[in-house]
Design a protein around this ligand. Sequence first.
Ligand SMILES: CC(C)(COP(=O)(O)OP(=O)(O)OC[C@H]1O[C@@H](n2cnc3c(N)ncnc32)[C@H](O)[C@@H]1OP(=O)(O)O)[C@@H](O)C(=O)NCCC(=O)NCCS
Length: 170
Amino acid sequence: MRSAASGWRVRPVSAAEVWPIRHRVLRPRHPLECSRYAEDDLPGARHFAAFHGARPVGAASVYHEDPPAEFIVPGLEPGQAWHLRGMATLDEVRGTGAGSALLRTALTQAALAGAAVVWCKAGAPATDFYRKHGFQTLGEEFEIPRIGPHSFMYWVKIGHHPIGDNAVAS
Ligand SMILES: CC(C)(COP(=O)(O)OP(=O)(O)OC[C@H]1O[C@@H](n2cnc3c(N)ncnc32)[C@H](O)[C@@H]1OP(=O)(O)O)[C@@H](O)C(=O)NCCC(=O)NCCS
């Protein structure tokens, strides 16, 4: 496998190309159909895969979607947020940089599309990974039935100033 030092090739793909990776990593005991998310049909949905040669080894998707009402991100206005879902890399490449390359691409592309904030519901084992990439946690850990503990996490685009910043005396 390619090392983190040499970099991973990440490129946009169709939703159908990320389903097998989601299935293998995130929902292996469910039918492939369960790896298709309702959000995949949203206008503007973007999907990315990391490749080792021609073989996809990781996936991530972003959707133009506000956080659920119970998660109030400071300074976020309606329509400014993108939702990150389906972050997954195959076991055999974990820790070699594919996940980071995918996440950087997803964040960059969301920001270019107008995102001020990118949010996700991070599974407990992945929160440190997101934290390393600048995400912060909002609120308490919560349980997603049959999946496990999660935290709401969000990333703020550099240069995005929460509402009220202008009011601070200089
Ligand atoms: C989370 C995930 C996508 C990260 O992908 P990856 O290919 O391992 O990521 P990288 O190789 O770029 O790792 C980047 C760094 O995060 C660390 N890291 C990766 N996964 C981690 C985890 N689960 N917990 C803590 N640290 C983690 C790596 O050790 C590495 O640290 P370093 O930069 O100090 O060396 C991958 O572990 C995965 O698919 N996990 C199972 C599915 C999952 O939990 N998805 C997230 C759902 S919210």
